[in-house]
Design a protein around this ligand. Structure first.
Ligand code: G1P
Ligand code: ZN
Length: 547
């Protein structure tokens, strides 16, 4: 088999964002586009000239359209660049948390994960690719910068001239000088979950008649949820719905929130609601938690998990600390304070948790965008969050709603909502942010919609472990009435810009704990709209998505 050295020229815009490079599938399928980016990764993380001699890689994706083709290309390129072994998930499947688990368990030199997360898939949808480091987490900025730099200089890529590798059966084969090991995508992950959770207790919970619905949204978590929830834990067959991964996710938008997982939402709020329901996203790292008649916001979920984690064997020794992204509500901080453990506030994006986890400063992490995880891997983990909830429910034997209400009585409630304005004009959105930033100094003391601004800033972060800094991570406006509004632009969209407005208010009056979030937050929503002039500037009178 010979190595083809193909001359190429840089293409515009191969700049990895919060979660790797994410583009429309058609862009990824343009000749040389994928190859350029993969070679740039190899050049950045391998020896001179992309030399991967002696290196092993983990490779898999969420099964979306173009997943298998891309895997064939990457395997042939890894072989041409001298890698010694590539571990590929059977049929190209590896959820993002499972890929992180495999990288760590098998100590590979990092891995490539093919996914555009919760973005729709298909020929007209999105595709993505990211490199994870040997610790199992998303590459830090120093690495993504090096990759981006290579994409601008690239002149050639290497690919083995060979037929396709069979990735449908587990086992080893050789490709040039490289071993291709096709692995069961579920096994290593399941083993890890068995170590963390009391499977016998959860089994007993199901045996007692407890009912669950898990919506895999036709995405990658289907096989994992089937194997663990139905297989290992004895949830009746059919508890996992939309369990078969489809290249276009069945035409759906695989983002587990009350808007896109409407079928599940209707079920949990209706007369035939199960005791517990949950959903996960395209690549399996996000989660949505529901109990009969109740939606648990991701911010509240992080707080409840922090308060109860020690009920699961993997966390019985207590937690070192908890970290949340800045726009996530402060509910988890209140628990950390009571437990006497550390609390960290990081910029949006899972990569910022990596150093804290590696240094043993935190055990749990979470983001308001339905991401929750722990030190067991270096990615957020949808099914893990579901299993931790189940372990807690198996111990407490109370309805989810009761656990949540008791939590609010103990700690107070952080009412929370996020308003997204999607696909808006990029220049208008950037100007809105620039003007907000420029006007921050004059806001304190001013009143909007009945609330008074007490402080305002543009969130900056210095990593306590490696000292690296990140600036302009979101504009925070604090109100004297225990409320906050945060503005930031999405870093994961592929069309136009998305403005995210995060709104919250803390209430501890027992009479006010059972309110409706949009109503309880009406003044904060009004104040944020006035301050940023959202309607006038973006030409929108309402957000596209409220979660
Ligand atoms: C979004 C979420 C963020 C998450 C990221 C990757 O990024 O808001 O919390 O880490 O997806 O899943 P954004 O589009 O806001 O940049
Ligand atoms: Zn995801």
């Amino acid at each position: 088999m010979s190595v083809n050295v193909v001359a190429t020229t840089p293409v515009e815009g191969q700049k990895p964002g919060t979660s790797g490079l994410r583009k429309q599938t058609r862009v990824f399928m343009e000749p040389g586009y994928l190859e350029n980016f993969v070679q740039s990764i190899f050049d950045a993380v391998g020896g001179p000239g992309g030399d991967l001699t002696g290196k092993t890689l983990t490779l898999g994706g969420d099964g979306r359209y173009f997943n298998k083709r891309a895997i064939q290309t990457i395997v042939k390129m890894a072989a041409a660049n001298g890698a010694s072994r590539v571990l590929v998930g059977q049929n190209g499947i590896l959820s993002t948390p499972a890929a992180s688990a495999v990288i760590r368990a098998r100590r590979t030199d990092g891995g490539l994960i093919l996914s555009a997360s919760h973005n729709p898939g298909g020929a007209d949808g999105d595709f993505g690719l990211k490199y994870n480091i040997p610790a199992g987490g998303p590459a830090p900025e120093s690495v993504t910068e090096a990759i981006h730099k290579r994409t601008q200089e690239i002149t050639e890529y290497r690919v083995l001239e060979a037929g396709d590798v069979d990735i449908s059966t587990c086992g080893e084969s050789t490709l040039g000088g490289m071993t291709v090991e096709v692995i069961d995508p579920v096994a290593i992950y399941t083993e890890l979950m068995r170590e963390l959770f009391d499977f016998a207790a959860i089994r007993a919970l199901f045996a007692s008649g407890f009912t669950l619905r898990f919506d895999a949204m036709h995405a990658v978590t289907g096989p994992y949820a089937k194997a663990i929830l139905e297989g290992e834990l004895g949830a009746p067959e059919g508890s996992v719905m939309n369990a078969t991964p489809l290249p276009d996710f069945g035409g759906g938008h695989p983002d587990p929130n009350p808007v896109y997982a409407k079928e599940l939402m209707d079920l949990i709020m209706g007369p035939d609601a199960p005791d517990f329901a949950a959903a996960s996203d395209g690549d399996g790292d996000r989660n949505m938690i529901l109990g009969r008649g109740v939606y648990v916001t991701p911010s509240d979920s992080l707080a409840v998990l922090t308060a109860n984690a020690q009920l699961a064997p993997g966390y019985k020794g207590g937690l070192a600390g908890v970290a949340r992204s800045m726009p996530t509500s402060r509910a988890a901080d209140r628990v950390a304070e009571k437990l006497g453990i550390k609390a960290f506030e990081t910029p949006t994006g899972w990569k910022f948790f990596g150093t804290l986890l590696d240094a043993g400063l935190v055990t749990l992490c979470g983001e308001e965008s339905a991401g929750t995880g722990s030190n067991h891997v270096r990615e957020k983990d949808g099914l893990w969050a579901v299993l931790l909830w189940l372990n807690i429910l198996a111990e407490r034997r109370q309805p989810v709603a009761e656990i949540l209400e008791a939590h609010w009585r103990d700690y107070g409630r952080d009412y929370y909502t996020r308003h997204d304005y999607e696909g808006v004009d990029k220049a208008a959105a950037e100007a809105l942010m620039d003007d907000l930033r420029a006007g921050l100094g004059s806001l304190p003391g001013q009143s909007f919609a009945g609330l008074t601004v007490s402080a305002a800033d543009d969130f900056a972060y210095q990593d306590p472990v490696d000292g690296s800094t990140a600036r302009q991570q979101g504009i925070r406006i604090f109100f004297a009435e225990n409320a906050r509004a945060v503005f930031r632009l999405s870093g994961t969209g592929t069309v136009g810009a998305t403005l995210r407005v995060y709104l919250e208010r803390f209430v501890d009056d027992p009479a006010l704990l059972a309110g409706d979030p949009q109503e309880m937050l009406a003044e904060v929503i009004g104040a944020a709209g006035e301050i940023a002039q959202i309607g006038a500037r973006l030409g929108r009178d309402a957000p596209d998505v409220r979660t």
